[in-house]
Design a protein around this ligand. Structure first.
Ligand SMILES: [Zn+2]
Length: 239
């Protein structure tokens, strides 16, 4: 941080509505103090520009405590990855079944996701399994849609993004958020179509949307689904 007194990275701060977990960020480039809620961790992230003090951030937090409380209350519940919990793949919900005696890793059977090994590793193993599914399924689906529409992405990468489901760079590379593998196939189809369309239109103009609607019928439905459930996908796996 920038001024003498050390600012902790995260701390729990009491405000009018209760206690909130604050994560401090120092940004030499920021012009003013800003505050946002991280939907994944539930932290309130306060960014301090050069010269700003923790006290200034706390003042902003307290001045907007009603906004913070409302924002936190709107976060979807955190999904628990444990025995009896549920996990989504292609929009299908699978119950997690702990099979401590098994030696097979993680596998789908009879609509349930079986997880071997010690109980404390269930969440980690399910997350690793989901990421492996994403790595296996999403690039292949993108290549298939690209082939059908005559698109030629130069590269396909998966990342763990917080705000975007995909992006397309000017050199023709496409990035998808791996968490998309949890969404229904129609949603994946739309996000992939959206990024492919950016290979021809690097904007969101009328020609872009016309092309999107030519190559996927799922835009409206997908936007609706993401609006309702997208934050929940980001919340899985914790901070
Ligand atoms: Zn776009």
């Amino acid at each position: 941080m920038t001024t003498g007194a050390k600012v902790p990275e995260t701390e729990v701060v009491p405000i009018a509505s209760g206690r909130v977990a604050v994560r401090w960020r120092a940004s030499p480039r920021a012009r003013r103090i800003s505050m946002r809620i991280d939907p994944r961790s539930g932290h309130v992230i306060i960014t301090l520009p050069r010269g700003a003090r923790r006290a200034d951030g706390l003042a902003l937090l307290r001045a907007h405590s009603a906004w913070v409380a409302a924002g936190l209350s709107r976060l979807p519940p955190r999904t628990e990855l444990r025995h009896g919990g549920h996990v989504l793949l292609d929009g299908q919900s699978h119950e997690i079944h702990h099979a401590p005696e098994a030696r097979r890793g993680v596998w789908l059977e009879d609509g349930r996701l079986h997880v071997s090994g010690a109980e404390e590793f269930i969440a980690r193993r399910v997350m690793a399994w989901l990421r492996a599914q994403a790595a296996h399924l999403l690039p292949a689906r993108l290549r298939l849609q690209a082939g059908q529409g005559g698109f030629h992405p130069t590269q396909v990468r998966l990342r763990d993004t917080r705000s975007r489901w995909g992006s397309c760079s000017s050199d023709g590379g496409i990035m998808l958020c791996w968490r998309l593998v949890m969404a229904p196939r129609e949603v994946q189809h739309y996000i992939i179509a959206h990024e492919l369309a950016h290979l021809r239109h690097m904007n969101h103009g009328p020609d872009f949307w016309q092309l999107v609607d030519q190559i996927t019928p799922h835009r409206r439905q997908a936007e609706k689904w993401l609006h309702a459930h997208g934050a929940g996908l980001h919340r899985l796996g914790g901070a």
